[in-house]
Ligand binder design. Sequence first.
Ligand code: GTP
Ligand code: MG
Length: 357
Amino acid sequence: MGLFDKFKKVFSGETKNETEPVDELTEAVADEEDTAAEAEQAFVETAKKYDKGLEKSRKTFGQRMNELFAAFRTVDDEFFEELEETLIGADVGFETSIRISEELQKEVKLRNAKKKSDVQNAIIEKLVAIYEEEGEGENNAVNLQTDGPTIILFVGVNGVGKTTSIGKLAHRYRMQGKKVLLAAADTFRAGAIDQLVVWGERAGVEVVRHNAGSDPATVVFDAVAKTKNEGYDVLLVDTAGRLQNKVNLMKELEKMKRVIEKEYPGAPHEVLLVVDATTGQNAMVQAKQFKETTNVTGLVLSKLDGTAKGGIVLAIRNELHLPVKLVGLGEGIEDLEDFDSNQFIYGLFKDLVSEEE
Ligand SMILES: Nc1nc2c(ncn2[C@@H]2O[C@H](COP(=O)(O)OP(=O)(O)OP(=O)(O)O)[C@@H](O)[C@H]2O)c(=O)[nH]1
Ligand SMILES: [Mg+2]
C-alpha cells in the first residue's frame, strides 16, 4: 500500500534518526541533506506522538475489527452490517459509517476482493479517500499572519481543554522564536485566570489579567493594546464558554471580536473551538451549537489520547465540515500537534494494514 510506505519505514526502524557527520567538501550538499534530515526527523517525532496518542482508539477499534475478521468467511450482507456496527461503535458517526459500508460494497465487487487482506486494505483506503474528499478546500493550518500579529480566540464549554491547549500552543510559538501574549478573558471564575497564569509561566510568556468577574472585553482591550505597543507576534485569548446562555455568550464573544477588529481589521484570525474527544457524540453536539452561535474557523480536538473513540474525527469532518486544526495527545506542554489526516488514519488503523499476499 503506497500510502503507508513511509509510516512502515518509520515503525520498522528503517528511517535513521541521527544526521550524518558533515564533510567539509560536501558542505553545500550536506546543508540540503540537513534540511531533509530535519524534516524526516520531525516526521518521525510526529508519527510517534500520534502513535502513542491513538493507542486506546487503535486497541479497541483494532480488537473489534479483528473479531470481525476472525469470523470472516465471505463478504456478505451480514459482514457489512457488522462492519457498520463496528464503525458506529468507534464514533465514526452514523451517516459516515453507512456511507463507508455502501461504498465498500461497491469497491469489493469492483475489485472482486474475496480474501481477508484485500477487504481489510480496501476498508482503510476507503476511509482515507472519503476523509480527503470531504475535506477538499478546507484549510487545516492555523492562519498565521506574516505582516502583523496573529490573534486567536479559543472558545468551548467548561473543562474541554481550552487553557491547556493555549499553554501548549504558546510554548510551541515561543520555541519558534515568536513573541507570545496570553489574555485571561475567561473572567467567570478566579480559578480559570490562575490556571492560565500557571500555563503562562510554564510556557515562559506574559499574561494579561484582570480580577474575576470583570468584563472580558476589557481584558481583551488591554491585551490588544499591549500587543500593539510592545510588538507581540501572537495573542491567544482564553474565553469562558457557557452554552447555557447562548445569547449572552454570543454577545460576549461579539464584543471581544469588535474590540480586536477595531485595532486590527480582519482579526481575530482564528476562532478555535476546543472539544473534548472523550465526550464522543457530545462533542459533535457542542460543535453544532457553537457553529450556530459564532463564526468558528476550526477545531482543537483535545484528549484524543484519553479516548477509544478517535473515529470522532471522521464524523466531525463528514458531518460538520469544520477543519480539525490541532489535536491534543496528552497533558504535557509538547502534546499538541497540527492535525495530519495521514498520521491520524495510520495511527488509528495501522494494526489492520495487512501484509498478507
Ligand atoms: N489526557 C489529556 N488531558 C488533557 C488534554 N487537554 C487538556 N487535558 C486535561 O483536561 C483538563 C481540563 O483542561 P483545561 O485546559 O483546564 O480546560 P478548560 O477548557 O480551560 O476548562 P475551564 O477553564 O474549566 O472552562 C485538565 O486536567 C487537562 O490536563 C489532552 O490533550 N490530553
Ligand atoms: Mg480554562
